[in-house]
Design a protein around this ligand. Structure first.
Ligand SMILES: [Zn+2]
Length: 85
């Protein structure tokens, strides 16, 4: 499961975390540092999936994309060899 803390007042979301407890810790830190310990409107920890669950700061290349790239490279090499004769 992946969780994110969202602050409706700031219209901001924290980076995704693997546990609810981690997102709650980010929430508590945000409340203390940005809102003086108060609970801002729209403040919540939510479970997320798909694109929302991916950390935007982590570069990720899927295995499928790499295989397609290698396949295209192999095809281009074969065509080049055939045409080069
Ligand atoms: Zn906020």
């Amino acid at each position: 499961m992946t969780y994110r803390y969202r602050c409706g007042t700031c219209r901001a979301a924290a980076r995704p975390t693997a546990t609810r407890a981690e997102s709650e810790a980010r929430r508590d830190h945000h409340r203390d540092t940005v809102h003086g310990g108060l609970v801002p409107g729209g403040d919540r920890v939510v479970r997320v999936r798909g694109a929302e669950a991916r950390d935007p700061d982590v570069r990720y290349v899927s295995g499928r994309a790499v295989l397609i790239g290698l396949g295209l490279l192999a095809a281009a090499t074969a065509v080049s060899r055939v045409l080069g004769r």
